[in-house]
Design a protein around this ligand. Structure first.
Ligand SMILES: NC(=O)C1=CN([C@@H]2O[C@H](COP(=O)(O)OP(=O)(O)OC[C@H]3O[C@@H](n4cnc5c(N)ncnc54)[C@H](OP(=O)(O)O)[C@@H]3O)[C@@H](O)[C@H]2O)C=CC1
Ligand SMILES: O=C(O)CCCC(=O)O
Length: 482
């Protein structure tokens, strides 16, 4: 495919498009073919601090604006993103690899958070509490926490930003953002759309560059009052430890290891459709995607046959080609993990029902055939670790209590799925799963108006819905003596 160059070589700080103070930059490449598509500033500690200076200054006025004023700007940002959605989606595909149709879906999904929080900005209600003295009045006010630092991953370069930034801005906070090194261009396009909407300078700032330097600078800066992060559990823990030094608030959306359970009474075709959506969305590089497929032994043969038939039909290729349904993995590291999970499973007795190999014709990127494994056992690595790739291990169960225990036997607790036509099974099993999100006969549960987040080591706090804005609000109690 012909090389494409994108002209986005500055980052956005204090309402200006700037280079790094060091004047250094780093290259962004297309994961499909390794082509250079842009260079962006390699920001460091100094750039990170300048961004906080800007956000801290802007906070004074932004937090004093009426909810209507903030709502109006958010709404304009939403409109601008939708007006540019084709351009943003194309850049997203170029830097991230996902098929253009999925990229367009992500841009629309990303915009939906801005639309939702443009409305929710107007519903930050306080409380009055009955006093125990006639001459007292007790009030509870909700106030913005202050400057928020958002650190985001490469798998959803648009939605993971808006899901954090829209509620923060709606609450009256200002933000400094560090996008993933692989996918800063989508973030910069979002900033362009925000600039056109007319946000005051310093309200939204994006610093591209060295993760550790920028992250450390923000952790140490006591003016940053909240860290909100999506990414690996390892980095999430590191940020949580760092945030302890000046007791910042923390929201973490970390790894997952979702069980997908198919009961004997399930509609098998619906379950196959659900697992296809859940497993192969973004090539399996999604923290909520099915990572372990538990199927009742009485229906496993039919399920595996139909699942493998559907997986084989998927067209793998370059995201900008219209027929593509599955793109490349993000990088070599991702491929090494996926390959090792397949290899380990096969060496311990798993059968490859379809896929299982890298696509050699597309050797400039890491393209892996959509893979379904059967005859899987609990001792395989894929049953314990997040794969982040297009591999579905199918394992059998016979007993409901046993499958619940196995599904819960993990440090993760983000999303779980169950397919059944029995109402009692649906209700009782969903209640017992130790997960923040449960899809019942639904492989795609996430929407802007619902809370997204995990139990256990999958994270802290919730994004989306009215819960999402609370993460950016302090509670102030005011006692008035008359
Ligand atoms: N929950 C989820 O949605 C995601 C889960 N993952 C999981 O994590 C694995 C590794 O992916 P990876 O991209 O390395 O995830 P990381 O957690 O390393 O990256 C996520 C974000 O954190 C930043 N970051 C990395 N190190 C630091 C640090 N010391 N201080 C501050 N910020 C930091 C990254 O910056 P930079 O890119 O510049 O390094 C990026 O912006 C995946 O295979 C997957 O299992 C990954 C992405 C998303
Ligand atoms: O992998 C992630 O963290 C993004 C989840 C995408 C979604 O909102 O479903």
């Amino acid at each position: 495919m012909a090389a494409r160059t994108v002209l986005l070589d500055r980052m956005y700080v204090n309402g200006e498009w700037v280079k790094a103070i060091s004047n250094e930059s780093f290259a962004i490449t297309n994961p499909a073919d390794g082509e250079h598509i842009a260079s962006v500033p390699n920001g460091d500690k100094e750039d990170a601090i300048l961004a906080v200076d800007a956000a801290y200054d802007a906070f004074k006025k932004w937090s004093q604006k009426t909810a209507d004023e903030r709502s109006h700007l958010l709404r304009r940002w939403y409109d601008n993103i939708l007006d540019s959605k084709d351009e943003i989606a194309e850049i997203l595909t170029l830097e991230q690899g996902k098929p253009l149709k999925e990229a367009l879906g992500e841009v629309t999904y990303a915009a939906s958070f801005i639309q939702w929080y443009a409305e929710e900005a107007k519903r930050v209600y306080g409380e009055t509490i009955p006093a125990s003295a006639v001459d007292k009045r007790l009030l509870v006010l909700k106030q913005p926490v202050g400057v928020v630092a958002a650190i985001t991953p490469w798998n959803f370069p648009a939605a993971m930003i808006t899901r954090k930034v829209a509620p923060a801005l709606a609450a009256g906070c200002t933000v400094v953002i560090k996008p993933a090194e692989q996918t800063p261009l989508t973030a910069l396009k979002l900033a362009e759309a925000a600039e056109r909407a007319g946000f005051p300078k310093g309200v939204i700032n994006i610093v591209t560059g060295d993760a550790q330097e920028i992250g450390d600078a923000w952790l140490k800066d006591s003016r940053v009052r909240k860290i909100t992060f999506t990414g690996s559990t390892e980095v999430g823990k590191l940020l949580m430890r760092g945030a302890a030094d000046n007791v910042k608030k923390v929201s973490l959306e970390l790894g997952g290891h979702a069980p997908f359970i198919v009961f004997p009474d399930a509609d098998i075709d619906a379950a196959v459709q659900g697992v296809m959506q859940s497993k192969f969305r973004n090539n399996g590089q999604t923290c909520v995607c099915a990572n372990r497929v538990y199927v009742h032994s009485s229906i496993v043969d039919e399920f595996v046959r139909k699942f493998a038939e559907e997986a084989k039909k998927l067209t793998v290729g370059f995201g900008l080609e219209p027929e593509t349904q599955v793109g490349p993995l993000i990088d070599e590291q991702a491929y090494i993990k996926v390959e090792s999970h397949i290899h380990d499973a096969v060496s311990k007795g798993a059968n490859i029902e379809c896929g299982g190999r890298r696509i050699e014709d597309l050797e400039d990127g890491y393209f892996v055939e959509p893979t379904v494994l059967s005859n899987v056992t609990e001792d395989m690595r894929i049953m314990k670790e997040e794969t982040f790739g297009p591999v579905a291990p199918v394992i059998t169960f016979d007993d409901t209590e046993d499958v619940i225990e196995r599904a819960n036997n993990t440090p993760y607790g983000l999303a779980a799925y169950l397919f059944t036509t029995n109402l009692k099974t649906a209700v009782t099993v969903s209640e017992q799963l130790e997960y923040g999100i449960v899809g019942i006969n639904d492989g795609l549960p996430a929407v802007a108006q619902a809370p997204f987040g995990g139990f256990k080591e999958s994270g802290l706090g919730r994004e989306g819905g009215h819960h999402g804005i609370e993460e950016f609000l302090e509670v102030k109690y005011v006692s008035i003596k008359l």
